[in-house]
Design a protein around this ligand. Structure first.
Ligand code: MN
Length: 206
């Protein structure tokens, strides 16, 4: 039995066109995300085998693979439903109120999030998170899939800034990719994640 499975996309590969090409989506989901799922399942098996043999020499490599592949799997599993062919516009209700309160309005939030995405060095992610300790949002960067991640953060909105997410269509023009991406952001999904994150009991971690 495998612990982790590749989730189906909630739309067709070509559904996000013209903003993200179907070819990108097919490779991104069917190859890249699938590789992370395979990687984490392999790592789980390797850790069990290591314990059986009580030979711990590969432990450091397995720990790195665990963080990388599990990070990749979780990030993409949030990223897909964060987008929708019916997306775009801006959030409403309590999510909009929180963005107003902590970022000074939606336009300032968007400018900060875009700058965050464009300043990721190498491969990484731009992420709107909910800090369950302070009960407040942050915009953070992930290095690769797993680096630079405070442990108390629940992801609400994730943007993949690895080259595989845009290069076939946008080449090196990642600023245009990020600007176009707002047209497919699924704010209803972000709101649902926000609602669930806020049910995390204060005191869960600290
Ligand atoms: Mn990716």
């Amino acid at each position: 039995m495998t612990d982790y499975v590749l989730p189906d996309l909630p739309y067709d590969y070509s559904a996000l066109e013209p903003y993200i090409a179907g070819e990108i989506m097919e490779l991104h989901h069917g190859k890249h995300h699938a590789t992370y799922v395979k990687g984490i399942n392999t790592t789980v098996e390797q850790l069990a085998e290591m314990r059986d043999k009580a030979e711990y020499a590969p432990l450091n490599a397995y720990e790195k693979n665990l963080a990388f592949h599990l990070g990749g799997h979780v990030n993409h599993s949030v990223f897909w439903p964060n987008m929708s062919p019916d997306g775009g516009d801006k959030p409403t209700g309590e999510l909009a109120q929180v963005l107003d309160e902590y970022f000074g309005g939606f336009d300032r939030f968007r400018a900060h999030f875009e700058a965050n995405a464009l300043s990721v060095q190498g491969s990484g992610w731009s992420v709107l998170t909910w800090d369950v300790v302070a009960q407040r949002p942050f915009i953070i960067q992930h290095f690769d899939h797993q680096g630079n991640v405070p442990i108390c953060m629940v992801p609400l909105l994730m943007l993949d800034m690895w080259e595989h997410a845009y290069y076939l269509q946008y080449k090196n023009d990642k600023a245009t990719f990020v600007k176009q991406w707002w047209n497919i952001v699924n704010w209803a999904d972000v709101q649902q994640r926000f609602d669930r994150a806020r049910t995390q009991t204060p005191g869960l971690i600290l």
